[in-house]
Design a protein around this ligand. Sequence first.
Ligand code: FMN
Length: 202
Amino acid sequence: MTDQGQESPRTHSLVVMAHPAAASLTRAVTAAIVQALEAVRHTAQIADLAREGFNPIFGPADHAAYAAGGPTPDDVLREQRRIDRADHLILVYPVYWWSMPALLKGWIDRVFVSGWAFDEDAELGIVKKLDQLKVHLVALGGADKATYARRGYRQAMQTQIEHGIFDFCGAPVVTSQLITTNHPDAAALPLEAAQSITRRLS
Ligand SMILES: Cc1cc2nc3c(=O)[nH]c(=O)nc-3n(C[C@H](O)[C@H](O)[C@H](O)COP(=O)(O)O)c2cc1C
């Protein structure tokens, strides 16, 4: 929070959460992020993919849009509009099998499509289209950080998600946190995670 008169411009965040349970650390971190954003008078909307029943399967209509220029499905258009309204896209998710949950991966598969996230130009090649979107990643894992380092899982997640998805579309990853839930002070995790983001809003 800056002094009155020197405040940074208000931003809007879409906080996408992919967790099936009503009570979870992922949900607590999501709530803390929204609270912290609102405390500094930025706005935020939660996209609770499980509760909203988002269909993560890249199905025939998605493929027809991709391969044959068919219409973009309405549920995908709605997600793209939510992202279009946001300055920051904040993904909060548990680590499943050293990556993101299928629900979130399917959201990416279906929403971050050619024509919206990037263009494929015969002369220019891939034209990145999401350079205005600032991305924050908050992954929560049950294993300890030494395991992530020893096996290269952290690096693998960064390569796939930060570079393979967001850099491909031109969206800068401003913060990327791996929160390991075996932390000695687990109660402090949601606020710490939220503050890492609110420090980097401008
Ligand atoms: C299907 C499944 C796969 C998981 N895979 C991993 C994994 O690969 N690495 C890891 O650190 N934790 C893994 N976990 C543990 C979750 O990441 C952990 O339970 C979660 O982050 C804790 O937060 P929550 O209370 O929000 O669920 C897995 C959990 C489930 C249910």
